[in-house]
Design a protein around this ligand. Structure first.
Ligand code: KG4
Ligand code: ZN
Length: 338
C-alpha cells in the first residue's frame, strides 16, 4: 500500500486541531474552537494554552476515529512549529514529539504561514490549486502577508503588516461600534446593506507591499467620537453605512497592494487564504479583477482557510515525499519567518 497516512496537529493560536490525511486527501479535520476568549474580546494566551492542554487528546482521538485509521497505520506526524503563541505552540509540539517517539515514526515540522498557502494543494473536489508561480495572500485575525510562491518550498515574503492584521482591523472597528467579537463577519453582513462611499476614511501611506491598519482604527475612533457627540444615536442610525465604509476602505487597501504586487512581479495568479477570505466583499472584488484585469484567483474551501490541521497535514505530506523530516531536538518557534 503506497498510501501515506499523516496525522497533523495545529495549536498555534486559539484553535486546537487535528487532521488525518491519506496522501493529499483529507480523511478528517477536527477543530476545537476555544469559546473562552469571546468574553475578553480577543485571545488570552494563558487561557489558550490551558485549553489546548485539555483539548488535544480528545481532538486527536476524534480525528483518528473519523478517519477510521488506527494510530499504528500512521506514516508520520506533522505539527505546527510556529509562528504563534509560545504557550500554545508548546502543547502541540510536545504532544507531536511524544507521539512520534512512542510510535517510532517520523516527525515533520510545519511553518503555519507556509501551511496557509499550501492549503490550496489539498486534493478536494471543491477547490483548485494554482500553478507556480503565484502570489499568495494570507489574511486573518493574526496575519496579513503577500508571498511570492515559486515552488512548494520556495517562497518569498513581499510584504506584511507593520502593526494590526486585517482581521484585527475588522474586529477592532466592530468593537468601536459596539459589536461583539469577532466583529468581522458582522461588518460583512451590515456592509451589504450600506453605502460604501457614505463616510470616507483615509488610506494609510505605506511604501511597497507592506500594510498598516492601526491608523484606520484611530480615524474610525475619532470619527465615531465626533459624530456621537452631535448625535448619541449616530452608530445605531448609520450602522450599515459605517460598516460598508469601513469594509470598503479595508478592501481598497488590500486590492491596491495586490495590484502593486501584480505590477511588480507580472504574476496574475492570486491565491488567498485566512479567515478574512470569507468576506463577501473581497470575494466580489476578486471576481471583478478576474473579469477586468485577467487575474486568476483561488480561494480554498472555508474550513481550510481558517486555522486548521488539514493545511498542516498537506505540508506534512509534501515534506514526507521529499524526505524532509525533523528530529526530536526540534523546539517550537514563536517568531518563525517563511
Ligand atoms: O483564520 P481565522 O479564523 O483565525 C486567525 O485569526 O488566525 O480568522 C479570523 C478572522 C477574525 O478577525 C474574523 O473577524 C475574520 O477572520 N473574519 C472576517 C469574516 N469572517 C471571518 N472578516 C471579515 N468578513 C468576514 N466575513
Ligand atoms: Zn493562521
Amino acid at each position: 500500500n503506497s498510501k501515506k497516512y499523516i496525522l497533523a496537529i495545529e495549536s498555534s493560536c486559539d484553535d486546537t486541531s487535528a487532521a488525518v490525511l491519506s496522501n493529499a486527501k483529507v480523511l478528517s479535520n477536527v477543530v476545537a474552537t476555544q469559546e473562552i476568549h469571546k468574553q475578553y474580546g480577543g485571545v488570552v494566551p494563558e487561557l489558550a494554552s490551558r485549553a489546548h492542554q485539555q483539548n488535544i487528546v480528545p481532538v486527536v482521538h476524534q480525528a483518528l476515529a473519523k478517519a477510521n485509521i488506527d494510530k499504528k497505520q500512521l506514516s508520520a506526524i506533522a505539527f505546527t512549529r510556529g509562528p504563534g503563541l509560545m504557550g500554545s505552540l508548546l502543547v502541540g509540539t510536545s504532544f507531536a514529539k511524544s507521539l512520534a517517539l512512542g510510535l517510532d515514526i517520523p516527525l515533520i515540522e510545519v511553518n503555519h504561514m507556509e501551511a496557509h498557502i499550501l492549503a490550496h494543494f489539498i486534493e478536494d473536489a471543491d477547490q483548485t490549486a494554482p500553478k507556480f508561480p503565484f502570489l499568495g495572500m494570507t489574511i486573518s485575525g493574526g496575519h496579513t502577508q503577500i508571498v511570492k510562491v515559486t515552488d512548494y518550498f520556495t517562497m518569498e515574503v513581499l510584504g506584511e503588516t507593520l502593526d494590526d492584521a486585517v482581521g484585527e482591523a475588522f474586529d477592532k472597528s466592530a468593537k468601536l461600534m459596539g459589536l461583539p467579537y469577532p466583529g468581522g463577519p458582522l461588518i460583512d453582513k451590515y456592509a451589504k446593506l450600506g453605502n460604501p462611499k457614505a463616510f470616507p476614511f483615509p488610506k494609510p501611506k505605506v511604501d511597497g507591499l507592506n500594510f498598516s491598519f492601526s491608523g484606520l482604527k484611530t480615524s474610525i475612533l475619532y470619527f465615531l467620537q465626533r459624530e456621537t457627540q452631535k448625535n448619541p444615536n449616530f452608530v445605531e442610525e448609520h450602522m450599515n453605512d459605517i460598516c460598508a465604509s469601513v469594509q470598503h476602505t479595508i478592501l481598497e487597501i488590500l486590492m491596491d497592494k495586490l495590484q502593486l504586487a501584480v505590477d511588480q512581479t507580472g504574476i496574475k495568479q492570486i491565491a488567498i487564504g485566512g479567515g478574512v477570505a470569507a468576506n463577501s466583499g473581497i470575494r466580489s472584488r476578486l471576481r471583478e479583477a478576474e473579469e477586468k484585469l485577467g487575474w486568476q484567483t483561488f480561494i480554498p474551501k472555508f474550513e481550510y482557510c481558517t486555522d486548521n490541521a488539514a493545511m498542516i497535514g498537506i505540508v506534512g505530506y509534501l515534506k514526507f515525499t521529499k524526505g524532509k523530516f525533523t528530529d526530536q531536538s526540534i523546539a517550537a518557534k514563536a517568531r518563525y519567518a517563511i
